[in-house]
Ligand binder design. Sequence first.
Ligand code: ARG
Length: 571
Amino acid sequence: MNLHKFITDAIHEKLAAIPDLGGADISTITVEVPKVRNFGDFATNAAMVLARPLKQNPHSVAEQILPEISTLPFVADVSVAGPGFINIKLKDEFIIESAAKKSEIRAPQSVMTIDLDYGAYNVAKTMHIGHLRGSIIGDTLYRIARFLGHRPISYNHIGDWGKPMALVIAWIIKKFPNDWNKPDFKIDESEFNSYYPTAAKYAKEDAEFLKQVLQIKKEFQDGHPEYFALYEKMMKISLEEMAAVVKRLNIVPFDNTLGERNAAQYLNEVEKILREKNLLTIDNGATIINLKTESDTAPMPPFMFYDSRGADTYDSTDLAAMYYRKITDNPDKIIYMSDFRQNLHFEQLFRASEMAGIFPRNALESMGFGGINGKDGKPLKTRDGGAATLNGAIDMIEEAARARVLESGKNLCTDTVKMIALAALKFNDLMHDVKSNYIFDPDAVTQFEGRTGPYILYTAVRLNSILSKVETSVTDFRLSTLEIEERNLLLTVLDFERTVSTAFDKRATDILANYTYELCQMINTFYHNCPILRNDVSADIRAHRIGIVRSALDVLSRAIDLMGLEIPKEM
Ligand code: ARG
């Protein structure tokens, strides 16, 4: 149940029934959940909103509406505070009843089809640390959208068409001049991912090689059969690697693994649209769209549709991919998630889309993630000083989690250690503001105490263990009053749906992660102060507290699932 919505609706309805409100707009009256619940469980600005149309001061308005609000069946107490805030305290009985109802999530008022573009790995290139946040946050937003009743469609917009492809093809040709185009030529998987960085470095030093690469890029995109055969072999290896990462990260498999090459098939259609609108111009041999507007103060480079060799570009294939989504999913929104370094690219893409009339600006969003830094504040490195890779980051966390478990003297199986590691990694990522950089500290995030993934899992394991010790015949919620710890916990449990909706509306996964942490703190305070299984606890109190444990675990498990974590059997 979304308690906040329930209370807000009830207050709106009550106030709307009062005659002579001076034509006030009731919908602007808000209900807040105060940070500390000392004065009430909810607070409303109703008296302040009504003061103006009624031409009275907020306090006297409050005096008039208090009696009305107090007749609402869930209200235990109302009072006025500060400049005219009305504080509302709920009846314990009402809280218990609400928690006892099995929570069912109702579909949103308007169900949206939302294309989510995240992950976005590259063929023939090792997945790098910049892909980590996109994968984790993208997956959580996908799960949240689905949970809220929307229709999310995920896209792994793979890089499989640009210069990196040509670099690797050129390198393989250079390395295996006699064999590369034989049908039975096999790419050595153990070396494969080293080709791109080696070739890229070489191309910087050797102008002749670079020229060859650009020529290959053009010919490849024009359908050169031997390059294509090689490309298919590269593709196979990379797709397997991507699938392995998806599994290792426990993210929901992508609905679509379609990238630049797929999009390129629609370039002619997009070009036609752009030509009809007279948007394409030639600039130094390249075909571009001029994106600058009068109001731009920052530089706005043109949209590169074809480069000076006539080859497709990252820009053009992205626009074509958007067109493809338009004619297939026709989504209400597309959300692009990637590293903040691509913010300008998306600004360009959105302008081009709007000018071409493919999607209006307000249907397009981009989320530029902050970076992941090492303890020195610089982009995360591996031990030997190279740029950290996505798998390398998971390895580091797994190693730290193993050390932590060993140190604690617990005997946990490998799978459990992996679950703990993944929880540490993902929770830490999710709890930070998506736009901010954060420091990656494997030792800190794998601690079992504090704002960490392992702490979250540990709390769930503890609740599961309590439930495993009671008979299922123990029925829930026999009492009508609540201890303070029980009350705080249930109010937080009942705030779950609002939290998930807000996290989605604000595209802020940290809201969900930090809510989950607070929920766990309340669960543990409750656990310490309100005995459940002890011999001196009466049957009624035990049943009642088991009811609380069940509601808390229900919400905690859902939150854990939305973050893409798994609860181990023991910890
Ligand atoms: N493949 C790109 C990279 O690794 C990210 C693609 C992001 N999505 C997009 N539609 N441009 O940097």
